[in-house]
Design a protein around this ligand. Structure first.
Ligand SMILES: [Cu+2]
Length: 328
């Protein structure tokens, strides 16, 4: 193997990096997506094959990306191939077990010195967790020649190190801030329970406790019971009631959990039942959602994301109450 002098090696390295930045192969316009959310994938084709125009672009939809639908493109025919998924995924109206596995645009001609975009919409399932990357292998065919943008970095490797990297999208936690009214999109279904608008208040730094709030509806025929709650930054989580005795507000642990009867909606809110997170190791900050769990006797442990409203907010939307309860 031929050894390069150091300066030359650096020059070669710099050239490689700037080349991949400048020509950027085939890329995705949006580099971030969230689990359980829709993703608008815009595949950008930045060059042809050694001067030849691009005539076909085919994208493979990886397992866990569901309900993919291409956007038609004037001057191109779009075709899809469907097949079974490795497992079933919860979707809007029940589970889906099959769907589009490849999308191919063909019959057009994209000159080498032009760029164009090929769009599809899909849903990122819960199969991916924040921090992971989803790769969409792309085949690019030209009038003569072709590329397979299908390489995926190995552990510890970066996509820049690859000759023909598949475009990727990084999974990040959803940053939704639900409104006070609670939109149906923010509703989490867990068995017979609908869980809406989990939220918390930011706390001053150094605070040891934080309250959590959520609305839970039991649509089933059996009662269920909320028995616990957890967030990583709290040493413990429990369910509290609040009452006024002799003009003094008192909180107490709800022993055995909070029952949600069939057909009933229980709202945990400031001044009433609430989740009590204690032994805080950090401070919830407004606008930075916190992933956590709620535990139910029947529905089990359910992952939720608590939106964080400003200190003293009366609702998840963030208006600050003048009579804010100082005990939290
Ligand atoms: Cu409390």
């Amino acid at each position: 193997m031929h050894r390069m002098p150091r300066a030359e090696l650096y020059a070669a390295l710099a050239l490689t990096l700037s080349t991949s930045a400048a020509f950027a192969h085939v890329t995705l316009e949006r580099r971030e997506a969230s689990p359980n959310a829709s993703y608008r994938a815009v595949v950008q084709v930045n060059h042809g094959c050694s001067g030849q125009p691009t005539t076909r672009v085919s994208v493979t939809i990886p397992e866990g990306v569901i309900g993919a639908k291409p956007m038609p493109k004037p001057g191109w025919q779009v075709a899809t191939e469907k097949g079974p998924y490795a497992r079933s995924y919860p979707h809007f109206h029940g589970d889906i077990r099959e769907g589009v596995k490849t999308i191919t645009w063909s019959g057009g001609s994209l000159p080498d010195d032009h760029v164009d975009e090929f769009t599809f919409i899909a849903r990122i399932s819960d199969a991916f967790s924040p921090g992971s990357t989803i790769y969409f292998p792309v085949e690019q065919d030209c009038a003569s020649g072709s590329y397979a943008w299908t390489e995926v970095p190995a552990a510890g490797q970066t996509a820049q190190a690859l000759k023909s990297p598949a475009p990727g999208v990084t999974i990040v936690a959803a940053r939704s801030t639900p409104k006070v009214t609670g939109s149906s999109a923010a509703t989490i279904k867990a068995g017979d329970l609908s869980i809406e608008t989990p939220w918390m208040r930011a706390t001053p730094s150094g605070a040891k406790v934080a309250g959590g709030y959520v609305r839970i509806t039991n649509t089933g025929k059996e009662p269920d019971r909320l028995t616990g709650a957890a967030i990583p930054m709290a040493g413990s989580g429990s369910i509290h009631s609040m009452s006024v005795e002799g003009g003094v507000m008192k909180m107490a642990v709800v022993e055995g959990g909070l029952t949600i009867k069939p057909g009933e909606t229980v709202e945990l809110k400031p001044g009433g039942y609430h989740l009590m997170f204690e032994d805080l190791k950090g401070a919830p900050k407004a606008g930075e959602p916190i992933a956590g769990t709620l535990t139910f006797e029947r529905a089990g442990t359910v992952a939720v994301t608590f939106a964080v409203a400003p200190i003293g907010a009366k609702g998840p939307g963030g208006s600050t109450g003048s009579s804010g309860h100082q005990h939290h």
